[in-house]
Ligand binder design. Structure first.
Ligand SMILES: NC(=O)c1ccc[n+]([C@@H]2O[C@H](COP(=O)([O-])OP(=O)(O)OC[C@H]3O[C@@H](n4cnc5c(N)ncnc54)[C@H](O)[C@@H]3O)[C@@H](O)[C@H]2O)c1
Length: 397
């Protein structure tokens, strides 16, 4: 150990993590064998913008086994340097590092696009947005791509509806991903991250979950199962009713603020907890975001209002308000189940399923199957059926 350089330690740790997690991703293992034989991506470059961590490494390796040249960067703050080092050593080009600024991250996305990828594997639609909006890439063609998240799907549909001339399969629209990953895996990992980062008790906490979509349902369920009292703020009346019949208190933001002491956003929308809300939260409340972008909690407003901000530990900021109350913000308002020390993200098995949907979707685009149309669209039903069969077989073995 003493004779090893920092780089060697980083590489050893990266490879160890990739091997351990990869051994639990059995759907991807199966696809790797099939793609090694079929080479569906022979001669194609896949440009990636996705968290760089041990599970995504297994996905990249499957694409490479299928003949792809893979060029990748992470989302803001979610690159694990040890995994990036191992992937770079294996020939998969990864740009970026964990503490990149937003500007550096955008530059990394640009670098990926400069490789002229044939297929895009996006998470939050940064690749798609830069490709269709930046002059530098005008005229650059791609065959198609996948978008992992609700937020990225919304962005493509709402912000660039007529600009995307290639099919983008939105993985989050798959019913499988909704319940396997967004509900159960996010529920589990958000609870795990709250415990790991704060080391606080969950029992008896008064947790307010913003958004009762798939992620919100999982978060509410897992905190309740650990003994928290849970309330839900949901703008869609049907989902609000669902939360009520699932046994949760349902309320408007302003009414529930003084009741809660943990506030977790999972809407995918901006400005859910805003400047006017902070003063109404009890002393020592915890604020955390599980949505894709770091804009659900207005962090700049919180910092501006605070008379002091201290960071006693990584991913914990203690903000003291003029009224003397102290609010604790986790992971700077970024997705906190990918923050803090030793972030785990969602479970290996759930991501095995989600990443198999990506791999099968990219294969179908590469082979021009199912008459896909330009723009954002759901995962073809045949792929959902295929992935369900494969996961069920593994679970029941
Ligand atoms: N942390 C993770 O690991 C992880 C994993 C998957 C998805 N996500 C992200 O989590 C977010 C939510 O994903 P989802 O699959 O649950 O989406 P979803 O569309 O199923 O649910 C979002 C819910 O938020 C509600 N909502 C929207 N605006 C609201 C508002 N102003 N007030 C209250 N409720 C509001 C919507 O009505 C909807 O019910 C997205 O940003 C997604 O990208 C995070």
């Amino acid at each position: 150990m003493n004779n090893q350089s920092v780089d060697e330690v980083l590489l050893k740790r990266g490879w160890g993590k990739i091997k351990w997690t990869g051994s639990n991703m059995r759907m991807l293992q199966g696809l790797s064998e099939e793609f090694s034989a079929d080479k569906p991506f022979a001669g194609l470059t896949v440009g990636v913008c996705l968290h760089i961590e041990q599970k995504t490494a297994s996905l990249f390796k499957v694409l490479a086994a299928g003949g792809a040249e893979v060029v990748a960067t992470g989302n803001l703050g979610t690159t694990n340097d040890d995994i990036a080092a191992a992937l770079n050593e294996s020939g998969i080009k990864v740009y970026g590092k964990r503490d990149d600024t937003r500007q550096e991250q955008i530059e990394n996305v640009r670098k990926v696009l400069r490789h002229k990828p044939d297929l895009l594997l996006d998470n939050g639609a940064d690749l798609v947005a830069l490709l269709v909006e930046a002059d530098e890439f005008s005229g650059q063609k791609v065959i198609g791509g996948t978008e992992e998240t609700t937020s990225g799907g919304n962005r493509i549909r709402e912000e660039m509806p007529d600009k995307v001339s290639f099919p983008v399969i939105v993985i989050n629209d798959s019913p499988l991903k909704s319940f396997v990953e967004n509900k159960h895996a996010v529920g589990q990992s958000v609870l795990e991250s709250f415990l790991r980062i704060t080391n606080l008790m969950v029992q008896g906490k008064r947790v307010v979950v913003f958004g009762y979509g798939w992620c919100g349902k999982g978060i509410a369920k897992y905190f309740k199962s650990f003994g928290a009292q849970v309330a839900v703020v949901e703008k869609d009346p049907i989902r609000a009713l669902e939360a009520a019949v699932d046994g949760f208190r349902v309320a408007e933001t302003e009414a529930i603020l003084p009741w809660g002491n943990v506030y977790i956003t999972a809407t995918g929308r901006q400005g859910i907890i805003r400047g006017e809300h902070f003063a109404h939260m009890p002393n020592d409340s915890v604020l955390a975001n599980a949505g894709h972008f770091d804009y659900e909690i207005d962090v700049p407003a919180l910092v501006e209002q605070s008379v002091s901000v201290e960071e006693p530990e990584e991913a914990i900021e203690r903000c003291t308000l003029p009224n003397g109350r102290c609010l604790t913000l986790l992971s700077h308002g970024r997705m906190f189940n990918l923050g803090g020390r030793e972030p785990k993200g969602n479970s290996a098995e759930s991501m095995d399923m989600g990443f198999s949907l990506i791999a099968l979707s990219l294969e179908c685009i590469a082979k021009s199957r199912y008459n896909l149309v330009p723009g954002a669209q759901p995962v073809p039903h045949e792929i959902n059926l295929e992935a369900s069969r494969r996961m069920l077989e593994i679970m029941m073995a």
